[in-house]
Design a binder for this molecule. Sequence first.
Ligand code: COI
Length: 327
Amino acid sequence: LKIAAFEVRRDEIEDFKKAAEKYNVELIFTGKPLSVETFDFAKGCGAVTSLGHSRIDRVILNLMRDAGIRFYCTRTVGYNHINLEYARELGIRICNVSYPPTGVAEYTVMLMLMSLRKYKQAMFRGNVNDYSLEGLEGRELKNMTVGVVGTGRIGRTVIEILQGFGCRILAYDAYPNGSVADMAKYVELDTLYAESDVITLHTPLLESTYHMINRESIAKMKDGVVLINCARGSLMDVGDVIDGIEKQKFGALGLDVIEHEDGIYHVNHTVDIISNRDMAYIRQFPHVTMTQHMAFYTEEAVRSMVYGAVKNLRDLSKTGSSAFELF
Ligand code: COI
């Protein structure tokens, strides 16, 4: 099997070389995303892998079919960048990876604590030798109710970590998980919104979850609620969130993702003109902490993403199936 790997970062290269040797596949790689312009790089390969900046839409899938590429693996957990239905129609087999949830879960709890302790402002002040305390009084997680929306692997791990803080934990999932019920109380989403001091999102981006954080749901939340999103930007209607901020609804926000981040995050744009007004506006609020979709980014996760992708594509081609195939 020959695999074309797209969006390969420098820190992935060594693992890719080792994984190719381990699973006995040939591998070529490029830093560019897979697109119509870069597609030729994959010609002659039987399989392709990329991260989430490559849109696997009808056009790309048609090109894959025409080039005889039968397997694609995203080195991400999320797969909202892939037209799965059309891939199925064309018979192109698609899989994702499942790296350990710990990195994202730990990062989520870090954003909760940073938000509650006003760390962004404290850090800014320190940089200019302002060591005053005024306005930096925080709140303790121990005395709070945390609402976890989505109790898959990441949401569940957040709940596990939170056990150590002694807070009350509410959970919502369309498909409750028995093992979570020992650690958190499953409630209706509206109850979670109404009773939580901190709300953290861990659901995939689906038609049913698109803009679930909007004017109506924000109105159901407590005044002063802390909202954390390490999942997908489009779970939140950014315009409605900004309205909420202006109306002083939120105590703080910790956002590792933001709507329309594609093409901006993971690239150095220091000298570029970025045309995303919402992003520029929302990040300047004193209680909004934003990072560049990096909650996943640990040595452990990166290794697992690379090895997982190579193994899954090898399995599909060699055995005809993979435990990570998406349907
Ligand atoms: C995912 O795995 O779904 C992520 O969000 C991480 C990706 C940005 C590499």
